[in-house]
Design a protein around this ligand. Structure first.
Ligand SMILES: [Zn+2]
Length: 189
């Protein structure tokens, strides 16, 4: 499948701090978010508050929604974008100008707000490159795992065919059969 571009890998790792299928969330409490900032972002500033941890969760799920609309041919619903815009009003995005005049660097993060803003900046920089179209969210609604679509045609819909692709195909098959036969199957999964 090849290597995942670094910028995409960082965004994917951020989205995957929540595992919906297993019901686990690294940012469930501020301690987990603090550890993540220290280990994954080399952040040495103050500990995040519960409010800042909630802000990180809102940002993450906002971008998960945006990414989930990739390749669908539709725009995300406006309420999803409103939530992100409300977030962006509160947290500055700490861009820095590089020596060539391009806004492709970030200020060092001194506060948690800086670190959160840096996550937004990374998405903005990734969106400016062709890499962005390959950053995806699994279309299995019980999964929504983020991944990099390294396929030749860039039309992959699931995090993995084995884990979710076959499961979704089986579900659609059951749904079709149900609508034909008119009776309900057992609870799925
Ligand atoms: Zn999946």
């Amino acid at each position: 499948m090849g290597t995942v571009p670094a910028r995409a890998a960082r965004i994917i790792a951020f989205l995957n701090t929540r595992d919906i299928d297993l019901g686990q969330d690294t940012f469930k409490a501020s301690a987990g978010f603090a550890t993540w900032l220290r280990q994954e972002r080399a952040f040495t500033g103050p500990r995040p508050s519960e409010e800042e941890t909630e802000a990180a969760r809102v940002l993450r799920e906002g971008f998960r929604d945006v990414v989930a609309w990739h390749g669908s041919g539709d725009a995300p619903p406006i309420h999803e974008l409103d939530r992100l815009n409300a977030w962006l009003v509160r947290y500055p995005v700490p861009f820095a100008v590089a020596t060539d005049g391009f806004l492709d660097q970030l200020q060092p993060a001194r506060t948690v707000a800086d670190a959160l803003g840096a996550l937004v900046a990374e998405v903005a920089l990734c969106q400016a490159s062709p890499v962005w179209a390959r950053v995806k969210v699994c279309q299995n609604p019980d999964c929504r795992w983020a991944y990099y679509d390294g396929s030749h045609s860039a039309t992959q819909k699931w995090c993995s065919m084995a884990a979710c692709g076959n499961r979704m195909k089986a579900r659609r098959h059951r749904a079709r059969r149900r609508s034909v036969s008119g009776h309900r199957d057992q609870k799925e999964r």
